[in-house]
Design a protein around this ligand. Structure first.
Ligand code: DGL
Length: 349
């Protein structure tokens, strides 16, 4: 009998070792519509950031078949209220989970309004090649045909896919995988709102697996030279919108408030109204870095188009839209005030 018991114990040990351990995935919940609650299953009137992470996980028990998934309530907010301080805390937490607690991947549930910005900030500040995937939904958690559960399942499936490693930070929405640099929310209410700009989607999730169509060309994550580990705040950078008969008051207000940088969401190829241009030139002369970007949804903001950037020491945002240009300028200003070095960062990131 004793030998039988010993034999059984050895067989169980061997079995446990040979059964491949599941990947460890941490879900950091921050709020958004995926955690939203509507007045009824058919109402579009809802409040974001109401449901806790354990409830989100309970709605998708199938993800436990994919990985050893655990949840953490990092915040529970509408993402239009996102702050630089929360970004810093989130990046530090993700770096700790991936490098100190040896998680294989992190999935961040997030509101869709600023998801593209958080993704790009993390793309420049996460110091690991392990998958970090942001996911949300366009319908509240208690909606008829809520899209959150399948989006969350797909995000975990992508997070454990070997091909996802080294792809930088991604967004996973509506079966699509989108790169942090190019992802953009294109429609206010459509569940298929996220696109990848002119370069398109980077991949997709099908039948619980990620498939990739391309790789990012820009520097990101492990290759990023931006280190936020000792930062408790970021330089102040604002965005000014361009339009016909634009007032110079908003840009002047940022100058008077002592901002470190100002991004222009300009008309066309990043052009200013002449009254705004005058304020921008004086701001640059005071050491406030001006970055020209565009309100156009697609196309680069080119160097030296109608504006002689070299003459005024302005930076052109190239392929970054205004909200992402702000993020790169903030991080660039943690390292340098040299406009030419900042322009080089816009070429690389
Ligand atoms: N308030 C918006 C947000 O938290 C809801 C949009 C959504 O999450 O789909 O981003």
């Amino acid at each position: 009998m004793k030998y039988l018991r010993h034999t059984l114990l050895i067989l169980m040990l061997v079995a446990s070792v040979t059964l491949e351990a599941k990947p460890k995935v941490r879900i950091l919940a921050t709020g958004g519509t995926i955690a939203g609650i509507a007045g009824s299953s058919t109402s579009s009137i809802y409040t974001a950031g109401q449901v806790g992470v354990q409830t989100l996980l309970a709605a998708v028990p199938q993800i436990q078949e994919l990985a050893e998934v655990s949840g953490e309530q990092f915040a529970n907010m509408a993402s239009q209220d996102m702050t630089d301080a929360i970004w810093l805390r989130l990046a530090k937490r993700i770096n700790h989970l991936l490098e100190e607690e040896d998680y294989d991947a992190v999935v961040v549930t997030h509101g869709t309004d600023t998801m593209e910005e958080t993704a790009y900030f993390l793309n420049l500040t996460v110091k690991s090649d392990k998958p970090v995937i942001l996911v949300g939904s366009m319908r509240p958690s208690n909606s008829l045909s809520a899209d959150g559960p399948i989006n969350l399942y797909n995000a975990v499936a992508a997070a454990i896919s070997p091909d996802s490693r080294g792809m930088g930070v991604l967004c996973c929405m509506n079966d699509k995988l989108l790169d942090a640099k190019t992802v953009i929310k294109t429609h206010t209410i459509d569940s298929d709102t996220f696109e990848g700009g002119p370069s398109g989607i980077i991949g997709y999730v099908h039948n619980s697996r990620a498939y990739y169509l391309q790789e990012p060309l820009n520097k990101h994550t492990e290759d990023s030279e931006f280190d936020i580990s000792d930062l408790d705040e970021l330089p102040k950078v604002g965005i000014v919108y361009g339009y016909a008969n634009a007032s110079p008051l908003p840009m002047q207000a940022f100058v008077d408030a002592g901002f470190d940088g100002i991004v222009l969401a300009g008309v066309g190829d990043g052009n200013f109204h002449k009254d705004v241009f005058e304020v921008a030139v004086k701001a640059q002369q005071k050491g406030i870095q001006i970055v020209r970007s565009s309100r156009c949804p697609t196309g680069p903001t080119c160097l030296d188009g109608e504006v002689d950037d070299a003459r005024y020491h302005f930076v052109a945002s190239l392929d970054l839209n205004p909200q992402k240009a702000r993020i790169l300028l903030m991080l660039a200003l943690t390292r340098t005030r040299d406009w030419q070095q900042i322009q080089q960062y816009f070429k690389e990131y």
